[in-house]
Design a protein around this ligand. Structure first.
Ligand code: TRP
Length: 458
C-alpha cells in the first residue's frame, strides 16, 4: 500500500504480501519440507520416540515460537533481509546473519541429496513401482551406489538453480499453495493406512508414549534433548533469516503473534502426521526405528504396496513431497544468493550458479559418504551425518542463541514488543513471559543443551 520503497543495496522495489494468508502459506512453504516428512520420523526413531516427542513439543513452545515471532518482528521493523537487518540494527552483530547464511549453505548441500532420493522414487513409481520384495535392501543398494544418487542430487540442485536464476520462484510458490493442502490430505490417508496395519499400534506407542525407563544414561537424555532442539530449529527454518526476510514483506497491520502460532502449528502437525505415517509401518514390517536417514524411503513403498492403487498413490505422494522439498530448497538457495547479491554486488546469475556448483560438489561428497566414502569419518560420523550435526547441533543453536542475546540484551525487547503489538487489537498479553524467555530462559536453555551436544557420544 504505497509502502514499497528502495531498500538497502538490493535496489529492488519491495513487494508486500497482500494478505495474511499469503504470508502464512509462503512461510509454511519454507518451513514444511523434508524436515517434517523425512527428517522428523528418522530423528524421532533414533532419539527415543516418545521422549524425543515430548522434548520436541516443549521446545516448539518455549524456543521455536518466540524465536519465530522475534524473527518476524525484526524483519517487519527493519524492512530488509537478514544480514542487512542485523547490519542496520547494530553493525557488530552482522556475524549472526552471516552465520545463518553459512548454515543455509551447508543444509542445502545435503538437503539436495535427499531431494535427489525423492526424484529417484518418483521415477521408480513412474516406471512401474517395483521396489523388490525387500524395500530396505532396495534403498540401501541405491544409496550406496557411486553414481546414481549423485546424479539425482545434481538434477535436484540444477532444478533449484534454474528456478532461482530464472526468477520464477514465485511460480513454484504458487504451485506449492495447491500442493501443500494436497500433501496434507494424502499424508492423512497414508497415516490411516499405516496406523491400521497389523502391529501398527506398537509404532504409535513408540512415538507417543514416552518410555522413561529407556533413559538410563545421561547420554540418552542428552541425545533426545539435543536432537529435539536441533530438529525444532531445522523444521521451523530458524536462525537463517528466512523469516526475517519474509517478515520484511509484511504489512504493518498483520497480527504477528497469531501468524507465528499458525505457522508453527502447521509445521508441527505435518511432522506429527509424517511420524504417524511412518512409525506404525516401521513396526508392522519389522524395520528398525533407528534405521537413520533412509527410514521413510525404505518404509513407504511397503505401505503403498499394502494399498489399493498403491503404485499411483506412491507416485502422487512422492511428487507432493518433491514440491514441499523444492519450496524449502529454493528458499535456502535464495538465502545464500541474496547474501552475495546484497553484500558483494554479484549478479543473481553469478551468485546462484557459483553457489549451486559448490553445493552440488559438497552434496556429492555427502552422498558418496553413504557408500564409497563411508570409511571417511569425522568424530565417528560419516560426512553426511557430520554435516547434519554441524547445522542442527552447532550452527543453528548458536545463531538462535546470539539472536536471543542480541534482542534481549543489546537491541532491547521493547522495539520487538512494540512491533508485535502494531497489528494486534490490544497489548501483547504474553509480554512478560516472552521477554523472560528471550532474555534468560532461551539463552540458558540453548547454551546448556548446546554444551550437552558437544559431549562426545561414544
Ligand atoms: N524447514 C525446512 C524443512 O523442514 C528446512 C529449512 C531449514 C529451511 N532452514 C531453512 C528452508 C531456511 C528454507 C529456509 O524442510
Amino acid at each position: 500500500m504505497g509502502m514499497s520503497k528502495n531498500q538497502g543495496s538490493t535496489l529492488q522495489k519491495r513487494g508486500q504480501f497482500t494478505s495474511s494468508l499469503g504470508f502464512i502459506l509462503a512461510a509454511a512453504g519454507s518451513a514444511v519440507g523434508l524436515g517434517n516428512l523425512w527428517k522428523f520420523p528418522y530423528i524421532a526413531g533414533s532419539s527415543g520416540g516418545g521422549v524425543f516427542l515430548l522434548f520436541y513439543l516443549i521446545f516448539v513452545c518455549v524456543l521455536g515460537l518466540p524465536i519465530l515471532l522475534t524473527e518476524m518482528a525484526i524483519g517487519r521493523k527493519t524492512q530488509i533481509s537478514a544480514v542487512g537487518a542485523y547490519k542496520k540494527l547494530n553493525k557488530k552483530w552482522t556475524f549472526v546473519g552471516v552465520l545463518g547464511v553459512v548454515c543455509a549453505f551447508v543444509i542445502l548441500s545435503y538437503y539436495s541429496v535427499i531431494g535427489g532420493w525423492v526424484l529417484k522414487y518418483i521415477a521408480g513409481y513412474a516406471t512401474g513401482g517395483n521396489f523388490g520384495a525387500d524395500t530396505k535392501q532396495y534403498f540401501d543398494t541405491f544409496v550406496s551406489s557411486p553414481v546414481e544418487p549423485v546424479v539425482w542430487h545434481l538434477i535436484f540442485m540444477l532444478f533449484c538453480a534454474v528456478v532461482v536464476v530464472g526468477g520464477v520462484a514465485k511460480g513454484i510458490e504458487k504451485a506449492s499453495k495447491i500442493m501443500l493442502p494436497l500433501l496434507f490430505l494424502m499424508i492423512v490417508v497414508v497415516a490411516v493406512r499405516s496406523a491400521t496395519l497389523p502391529g501398527g499400534m506398537e509404532g504409535l506407542k513408540f512415538l507417543f508414549v514416552p518410555n522413561f525407563s529407556a533413559l538410563d544414561s545421561f547420554e540418552k537424555v542428552a541425545n533426545a534433548m539435543v536432537s529435539a532442539m536441533g530438529q525444532v530449529f531445522f523444521s521451523l527454518s530458524l536462525g537463517m533469516g528466512i523469516t526475517i526476510t519474509y517478515g520484511s514483506y509484511l504489512k504493518r497491520d498483520t497480527n504477528l503473534s497469531k501468524d507465528a502460532v499458525v505457522i508453527s502449528g502447521l509445521d508441527t502437525v505435518m511432522a506429527l502426521l509424517s511420524g504417524i505415517a511412518i512409525m506404525p509401518a516401521v513396526f508392522a514390517f519389522g524395520f528398525k526405528p533407528q534405521a537413520g536417514p533412509g527410514l521413510i524411503f525404505a518404509t513407504l513403498p511397503s505401505v503403498f504396496s499394502e494399498m489399493p492403487l498403491g503404485g499411483l498413490f506412491g507416485l502422487l505422494f512422492f511428487i507432493l513431497v518433491f514440491f514441499a522439498a523444492a519450496t524449502s530448497a529454493i528458499a535456502l538457495l535464495e538465502v545464500v544468493s541474496a547474501f552475495l547479491i546484497d553484500s558483494f554486488h554479484w549478479s543473481r546469475k553469478k551468485a546462484t550458479i557459483l553457489m549451486s556448483c559448490l553445493m552440488g560438489a559438497i552434496g556429492a561428497v555427502a552422498s558418496l559418504s553413504m557408500g564409497a566414502l563411508s570409511g571417511v569419518t569425522i568424530a565417528n560420523m560419516n560426512i553426511f551425518d557430520a554435516m547434519g550435526y554441524l547445522t542442527d547441533k552447532i550452527l543453528m543453536p548458536l545463531a538462535a542463541l546470539f539472536m536471543c542475546i542480541f534482542v534481549g540484551h543489546v537491541w532491547g525487547i521493547k522495539p520487538v514488543v512494540e512491533e508485535i503489538e502494531l497489528g494486534s487489537a490490544g497489548p501483547f498479553r504474553l509480554r512478560w513471559i516472552f521477554s523472560m524467555i528471550l532474555k534468560y530462559i532461551a539463552p540458558v536453555l540453548i547454551l546448556v543443551i548446546f554444551i550437552m551436544g558437544l559431549i562426545p557420544a561414544k
